[in-house]
Design a protein around this ligand. Structure first.
Ligand code: NAD
Ligand code: ZN
Ligand code: ZN
Length: 362
């Protein structure tokens, strides 16, 4: 076992606690990775707030990391010690019917279908103070070392800067792919993005790359607008500046609503507003934000009956093991600049400060 530091969430509503943990060696089909850098995604904050009843505590969160393979278990062939990798919070076994379907990225051999909290063999590789600690999404990147199934690991270019490409583990591909893969934004179209945090800004980048001519960023925090504009937003509006509902404002701004709308917050009311904001007949609305488990969204059926398309996305619809290494190569070729999403860099000891910055909208 390796002894190292990890940020452990002992209970809902409590700050993370940086502890010394033991990380057991990888079993057959598993890989032990030295995590070099990790981003903080709002989904990690949802975990700490207790939004997911199927996440068991104590748990080591984090799912947007990059690192170096330290050791491999029996039978692992696709990576070797020293390889740079990105852990995949959505795996790709390559064998299940969903992996074999070119249109799906939802691997059936994933934690979404199986246990969320333990590795596929239903045991944990983490212990702290003699107690078993749960894994999160099979990746747990808030640990200096973590153990992951081989088919949830993507080998990336050795030249990749890990402190930058860690964002390619979740936030960037989710937003960028929501525009390019899920919505399939067309050149010349109009897009509206509800919520321009890390993921929403990546949607803005995807809409711009797809050739959208009008990109409307919607956020209640106007401090987000400068970066949204830098990345391609043509209009930035706050719902708080209007008396009428934001869907009516957008419909007036565009004539008949936008071609593509994206909800990247995770609230039921903004999901409904995003749906109503797109063209009643040809509009496509993509749900990216994760509402709390158990929430229910009620909509006027006419919103769909008139022809709109309502879609969701997991990780931007990329087949992760195939596509993340290619996205890393595109990053190295400067086809997009995800570095602009990085606002602060902190050591693991200050992980709670990172969450405070996220909650403060910074
Ligand atoms: P974030 O907190 O950085 O961004 C959210 C933004 O929404 C903030 O800028 C905030 O000011 C804004 N906002 C909040 N309430 C608003 C309102 N009522 N109207 C307008 N704007 C509002 O979060 P993030 O890391 O960008 O994640 C966004 C969402 O995407 C989260 O729900 C997260 O769980 C989800 N997510 C989903 C996937 C997926 O695979 N579908 C992947 C990653 C993240
Ligand atoms: Zn995430
Ligand atoms: Zn699969």
């Amino acid at each position: 076992a390796i002894r190292c530091r990890a940020a452990v969430a002992w209970a809902v509503g409590k700050p993370l606690s940086v502890e010394e943990v033991e990380v057991a060696p990888p079993k057959a089909g598993e890989v032990r990775i030295k995590i070099v850098a990790t981003g903080i995604c709002r989904t990690d904050d949802h975990v700490l707030e207790g939004c997911f009843p199927n996440v068991d505590f104590p748990v080591i969160p984090g799912h947007e990391g990059a690192g170096i393979v330290e050791s491999i278990g029996e039978g692992v062939t696709s990576v070797k010690p020293g390889d740079k990798v990105i852990p995949l919070c959505l795996p790709q076994c390559g064998e299940c019917s969903f992996c074999l379907n070119p249109e799906s990225n939802y691997c059936l051999k994933s934690h979404v279908s199986e246990s969320q909290n333990l590795l596929p063999d239903k045991t944990s590789r983490f212990t702290c103070k003699g107690q078993q600690i749960h894994h999160f999404l099979w990746v747990s990147t808030f640990a200096e070392y973590t153990v992951i199934p081989e088919y949830a690991v993507a080998k990336i270019d050795a030249a990749a800067p890990l402190d930058k490409v860690c964002l390619l583990g979740c936030g960037f591909p989710t937003g960028y792919g929501a525009a390019i893969n899920t919505a399939k934004v067309k050149p010349g179209s109009t897009c509206a993005i509800f919520g321009v945090g890390g993921v929403g800004l990546s949607v803005v980048m995807g809409c711009k790359a797809a050739g959208a001519s009008r990109i409307i960023a919607i956020d209640i925090n106007k401090d987000k607008f400068a970066k949204a504009k830098e990345l391609g937003a043509t209009d930035c509006i706050s719902p708080w500046d209007f008396k009428k509902p934001i869907q009516e404002v957008l419909t007036e701004m565009t004539g008949h609503g936008v071609d593509y709308s994206f909800e990247v917050i995770g609230h039921a009311d903004t999901v409904t507003a995003a749906l109503a904001s797109c063209n009643m007949n040809t509009g496509v609305c993509v749900m990216v934000g994760v509402p709390a488990s158990g929430s229910v969204i009620s909509i006027d059926p006419m919103l769909l009956l008139s022809g709109r398309t309502w879609k969701g996305t997991l990780l931007g619809d990329w087949k992760m093991r195939d596509c993340i290494p290619k996205l890393v190569s595109s990053y190295l070729e400067k086809k997009f600049n995800s570095d602009l999403l990085i606002t602060h860099t902190l050591p693991i000891a200050k992980v709670n400060e990172g969450f405070e910055l996220l909650r403060a909208g910074k």
